[in-house]
Every structure is written in C-alpha cells, then in structure tokens.
Design a protein around this ligand. Structure first.
Ligand code: NAD
Length: 720
C-alpha cells in the first residue's frame, strides 16, 4: 500500500497513479513519494494485467518540485559518493519508467515545477489542462541548483538546445500554451478531460519508447559539438552567463555544461553527467546557503514565523499615510492593492493628489501591459483618498508616517494624529535613520509605536524592516506583522539602533568604496570589484543613486547626536569635497559619476584628479573580500549588540533589503561557510592593514574559540 500515491486500475487495464500527499496542501517530492513512485513503477512494469499508466495529482497543483527542507538538509552534508547515489536515485527511477516497456502518460492538472515537471517529461505522453494560469518551469537555478531529475537532458531533446537553455538558465515559467508550441507537452484539454485523454492515448497508441531511445533520433534544431548553431549558442551563452553571473553562480555554468555534454551522448550516459554536476553543486556550500536563505527562511518569514503567539489576528481595513512623497505614495499603492482603504495626507491637497497620481501611473502601466484588469485598477485607485485633514484619519487601524526625515516635523504629525484619533491601535514610522525609541516620545502610548522601514521603490522591494522601540509591545509587533503579511511583504524584526540593521550595514558598503578611493584604488576597480563581489551595483554608483547629499546629512546628524563618540570614516573628506562642488548625486545630475543628457553615465574624471590612483593596485580578490567582509563584520556586530536576534533575519534582510551577494546566502551564511575562525583571522589581518572597522567583535572570537557557527547555534537553541 502506498501512502502518498493513490493507485487504481480500470477495466481496460490502465493504472491511474494520483499523487496526493496526506496533510499537505501541495505535492512535493520527498522520500515517501519517491519510495511510493518506485514501487508503483515496478508494479506497472511487471504486472502483465496492466497495459500502461497515467500519472496525475489529487491536489489543485500537479507537483511543486523537490522538498526543499529535504534538499537543504542533504546539501553539503553527505560524502560525495553518497550524494551522487542520492542524486542519481531519481534519474534511475525515471529511466526505469521510460524504458520498462509499458507506456506512461502524464495528466498535468496544475502547476508543475522542478521535479514535478521532470516526472512528466519522463512520461511518454503529456496532456496538460488548457489553463493559461498554470505554470510549468524548472526553477532550480534560482536556489543555486540544476534540475537533477533529467530536466537538463529531456527538455533540450524536446524543445531544442537553444530554446531549452532559455528556460533552464533563467528558471522562468511557461504556460501550457507555450509548452504546447515548444513541444514540451503533446496535447491541451479541458481540466475535466485530461485523465480520459491520457488514457485514450495509452489505449489507442501507447508507444512505450521515448523519441530519444529510437534509432535515428535527432535533437530538434541541431545537435553535436561541430554543429554551427550549437557552437554559436554555447559561445554566446557562455559569454552572456559570465557577464551576468561574474562567475558567482556555479549552477548556471553547470547547466550549460550538462546540456552541452549531455545532448551529444545517449540518455543513460547523459543522466549520469547530469547527476555528477548536480552532486558537485550540492557539495558547494553556496547551494545550502541559498536554499536556506532564499527559500526556507524567506518562506518562514513570509508566514510570519516570528509573530508573537497568543495575540489576536489584526486586520488593517483603513490605513492612514502621513506624507505623500516618494515613500508615502508607494506605501499607499501597495496597501490599496491589498484591499485597504487608504487616507493619504500631506500639507497641501496638491501634494496629496500627487502621491495618489503615483498609483494612477502604476495602474495605467499595468493595464497597458495587460497585467492589471482596468476595473480592478480603478477600484484600487478609488480606495485612496488624498487629504490634508487629520479628521479624515478617524477610523484608521494603523497610521504610518513618511514625512520629511526631521525630528520636529515627525513630532508634530505624531501629536496631531493622536489628537485626532486618541484610540488609534498602532502608529508606525517609516524613518530610515532616527531611533524609534526617541520618536515614540511624541506618542502617549509608546508601547503602540513601532518602526516600519520600507525600501524604495516600495512596490518592487519585498522587504519591510520592523523596528522595535524600547517600549514597543509584543502585541504591537504582532499587529505590525499582520499588516506586513496583508501587503505580502517579507518582514524582519530588529531592535532599535542608529540606522537599524539594513541602513547601518548597507552604509558600510558605500563607505568602504570611498575608503578605497582614499587609499588610491582606481575607481573602475572599486566599482567592478563591488559587482564581482555579488553586489547589484558598484558602491559609488549606489552612493549616487541614494544621493551623496542624503549620506552627508545622515552623517552630520550622527555627528551631532554622538558628539565625541563619532568615529570619522576614511572617506569623509571625499564626501565633503563633493558637497562643496555641488556634486550631490544622481538626482543633481552629477556625483561620483557624470550623467550626460541622453548619453551613458561615466565615472567623473575628477575622482582621480582629486584622489590620484596609486601605482600598485590590489588584486580584485582583495577588493571583493574587503566589501563582503566589511558588511559581514558589521552584521555580526548587530547580532552582538542585540539589534538583530536571529541570523536568519540578518541574511534575509541583507539579500532582500540592500542586495547583499545572494549566492552567499547572506552575511551570516558567508561567515559560517568561511568558518568563524578563518573569518576572524582574516578580519584581524584586514583591520591591521586597513583600519579598526574590520576588527572582529567579541562574539565572533568567542564563537571561533568554541568552534561554533551561527546556524549551528540557532539549531541548538531551537532544540533546547
Ligand atoms: P519625500 O520628500 O519624497 O516625501 C515627504 C513628504 O512628506 C512630502 O510629500 C512632504 O510634502 C510631506 N510632508 C512634509 N511635512 C509634512 C507634514 N508636516 N505633514 C504632512 N506631510 C508632510 O521623502 P521620502 O523619500 O518619501 O521619505 C519619507 C520618509 O521615509 C523619511 O523619513 C525617510 O527617511 C524615509 N525613508 C525614505 C527612503 C527612501 O529611499 N527615500 C527609504 C526608507 C525610508
């Protein structure tokens, strides 16, 4: 008896295998499914009374892929030989299915991802429900892996090498219609008919031999190392991949290699090639880190894993937003999109209307591109009410202020809000730098005051950093998290501190770029070194984008607040000089870069005139290390100082907040992968060479002495 797959045989002798994992809303491939599938393939293969089999799902989706919990725990932990055995298990099983002499057909009723789609590709025939919303994809590359269930071999043999690479390398989804046009599925049918059609194929045709196992098979569009089209595809493909990944994502290269090597040999050898590359990736610490941060921990955060227990669910029906500038307008849009009524308040009605116009622009663009239904778009807009009157805030469940970054102005709007709605459940500030505990003093109930730090542009950035003031209650945290859940963003929770977590660590990236400039590094080496380290853009580029002036203002405020305790940064004098020259950043049309009208930006030649480049330049590896280690050591300090309480928050916040090199899995995963002891040793060297900012905090030294890792400590704490 199989537990995860229902098995029935009809009067024609056709078996129906319905995958239906008990107790889960979505089918995934775990050890139980794998065992059951093997058992049933053997049964179909060996029972003379069974003619063939149809595989379908008992859930709305077909199958979402491998269980990432299982993969995450396997990654990097087994021996190479054991890992290969595990990696080849699915390939062996699928190969047995397609060569057992009985026809198998897949009836794809819904989303089929990764291993889910790969099972269907090993079937001899595929019928898919004719629903354009169904997504079919091999997205493994997004977690640093490759499709290890034959996807890199069967897809090219069905679609052709070039078309399949587009899907394998990017992990993008296709619709059933695109799958039919690309030869990935054979037939589309209404959902209610797919099983019957699959059975009809078995009854009427039932060819149990895959095209690639037939004599004379040719890969559509050409094959072989000497085929000009193939040579061109791989030459161009390799160059493109290098340009986009800068050598940081081995999975992309491995996928190219699997397809290149695999499509030239028979299927059995091809599958072994795929399993070898899969094993190699699974042994790479970056896969484990990416699975953990980008999927498991992100998913847990999305499900509000850190929400305090025992607090009633809170729903924001009406939201007040103070300040309709760049951030307020974005917050209004995402909240109205989530179905909330939004009162958008500014000092003049024109400013408030302008904030609403931002939503209008996004809706119009969505309608034009066919992504937003015009009626729904209008309904979204109707939910946003621009105003200048605090009385309109009456009835709000939550008010978020996003006015100028100025304590007096923030104090004023907080007091006015409380006067208008004395029993407002939660008041939040979107400040990026001002400590929440101080701002909460303007509110008579500091326990109901919290920081909700959004990122720009709000409609595209997935993270919200929730900041606990000294007196913020657990109930307020739960409510704030419920709101973040409503707008479908990912929350991390941090404690109050200057720059909180994300701004503080992100600031070190830009500052290190300036320190390098002061050290006499060539600006292009600084910029390219940042990108090669895995950051989305160079430090000077991003410094321009957020504005040199803003950085300067934050620094001046910090100096004022800290007095003698302010520690000057090595690049402070560079910022001063640019301010003096009116080079305030991208918005001003000049900063570290020049922005010629209608032309491409380029590094301002004045950089090397003012700060001449040294004759000796460091290796790019040293530049990359300075960038990553500088940010990681600051993140570790945040954990030591209790600004962060969980390395998972730190890793998610870094990747989704400021774009910290995703292939590392975040700064804490990076330190774990390097090894805490080795990281400390290297930081000591960097501190000696470049300055005390690299000095490892006591927490890291203690961990190194005890042989601990961040995630090892987390697992131990969870087990206690
Ligand atoms: P902005 O200058 O674009 O908008 C501020 C808005 O507040 C303006 O429309 C202004 O008219 C309005 N305003 C000023 N005083 C007001 C008052 N007394 N009453 C009502 N409205 C008033 O600024 P922004 O970039 O949207 O930033 C707003 C807040 O968000 C700041 O605290 C900032 O630090 C924070 N923040 C900004 C970013 C970013 O990337 N820009 C990111 C995170 C957080």
């Amino acid at each position: 008896m199989t537990v995860t797959i229902k098995f029935e045989v009809d009067s024609d002798g056709i078996a129906l295998l319905t995958i239906d994992l008990p107790g889960r809303s979505m089918n995934v491939i775990n050890a139980a499914v794998s065992r059951d599938l093997s058992e049933l393939i053997e049964k179909v293969a060996t029972d003379p009374a069974i003619k063939g089999a149809v595989i379908t799902s008992g859930k709305p989706a077909f199958l979402a892929g491998a269980d990432l919990d299982m993969l995450g725990s396997q990654a990097g932990s087994a021996s190479v030989a054991d890992m290969f055995k595990a990696a080849y298990a699915m390939n062996g099983q699928m190969r047995r299915m397609e060569t057992c002499g009985k026809p198998f057909a897949a009836a794809i009723n819904g989303l089929a991802m990764g291993g889910g789609l790969e099972i269907t590709l090993a079937c001899h025939y595929r019928v898919c429900a004719d629903d354009p919303k169904i997504q079919l994809a091999l997205p493994e590359v997004k977690v640093g892996l490759l499709p290890g269930g034959g996807g890199t071999q069967r897809l090219p043999r069905l679609m052709g090498v070039q078309a399949s690479l587009m899907l394998l390398v990017k992990g993008d989804s296709i619709s059933p219609q695109q799958a039919k046009a690309g030869n990935v599925v054979h037939e589309l049918a209404p959902l209610s008919e797919i099983v019957a059609r699959a059975k009809a194929w078995i009854r009427e045709k039932g060819d149990p031999v895959q095209p690639w196992d037939k004599k004379g098979f040719k890969v559509p569009g050409g094959e072989g190392a000497f085929n000009p089209g193939i040579v061109q595809t791989f030459t161009g493909g390799n160059a493109m991949v290098q340009k986009e990944t800068l050598g940081n994502y081995p999975a992309v290269q491995a996928i190219l290699s699997c397809v290149y090597e695999g499509h030239q040999v028979p299927m059995d050898a091809a599958l072994r090639i795929e399993s070898r590359y899969f094993t190699k990736l699974m042994m790479d610490p970056s896969s484990k880190a990416m699975i953990r941060s980008l999927f498991l921990n992100k998913q847990a955060a999305d499900k509000l894993a850190r929400r305090p227990k025992g607090v009633d669910k809170f729903q924001v029906k009406t939201l007040g937003v103070l300040g309709a500038g760049m951030m307020g307008a974005g917050i209004a849009y995402v909240s109205a999109q989530a179905g909330m009524d939004v009162i958008l308040l500014d000092t003049t009605i024109e400013a408030a209307e302008k904030g609403k116009a931002y939503s209008q622009g996004l809706v119009d663009k969505g309608v034009q591109r066919g992504k937003v239904n015009a009626e729904k778009g209008q309904a979204l807009l109707d939910r946003i009410k621009p105003t200048t009157s605090y009385d309109d805030l009456k009835g709000c469940d939550l008010v978020i202020e996003a006015v100028f970054e100025n304590r007096e102005i923030k104090d004023g709007v907080t007091r006015k809000t409380e006067a208008a709605i004395p029993n407002l459940p939660v008041f939040a500030s979107n400040t990026s730098t001002l400590p929440i505990t101080g701002l909460a003093k303007s509110f008579s109930r500091p326990q109901d005051f919290i920081g909700l730090h959004f990122f720009s542009p709000v409609d595209r950035m997935p993270l919200v950093e929730i900041i606990m003031g000294k007196e913020t209650s657990q109930e307020t945290l739960a409510r704030a998290m419920d709101y973040v859940g409503q707008i479908r963003k990912t929350p991390i929770v941090v404690n109050d501190s200057r720059g909180f977590y994300t701004s503080r660590c992100f600031g070190t990236y830009v500052a290190e770029g300036l320190a390098m400039l002061a050290d006499g590094l060539v600006p292009a080496l600084i910029e390219n070194g940042g990108k090669q380290a895995g950051m989305p853009v160079g430090p000077l580029d991003v410094g321009d984008a957020v504005s040199i002036e803003l950085g300067y203002k934050v620094r001046e405020q910090t100096k004022k607040d800290l007095g003698d305790a302010y520690k000057p940064a090595p690049g402070d004098h560079i910022v001063d000089k640019l301010m003096e020259l009116g080079r305030l950043g991208k918005k001003a049309g000049k900063g570290y870069y020049e922005y010629p009208e209608g032309g491409k930006k380029f590094l301002w030649p004045g950089l090397t005139e003012n700060w001449p480049s040294a004759a000796d330049q460091p290796d790019v590896a040293e530049v990359k290390k300075r960038f990553l280690y500088r940010q990681a050591v600051e993140a570790a300090r945040c954990l030591e100082e209790n600004v962060l309480t969980d390395p998972a928050d730190g890793d998610i916040g870094a990747i989704f907040g400021w774009g910290f090199a995703p292939f590392t899995g975040g700064p804490f995963s990076l330190i774990d992968a390097v090894g805490v002891e080795a990281f400390v040793r290297e930081c000591d060297r960097l501190a000696q060479q470049y300055g005390a900012r690299f000095a490892p905090p006591k927490l890291l030294r203690d961990m190194a002495a005890r042989g601990e890792t961040f995630y090892g400590r987390k697992a131990k704490a969870a087990a206690e």
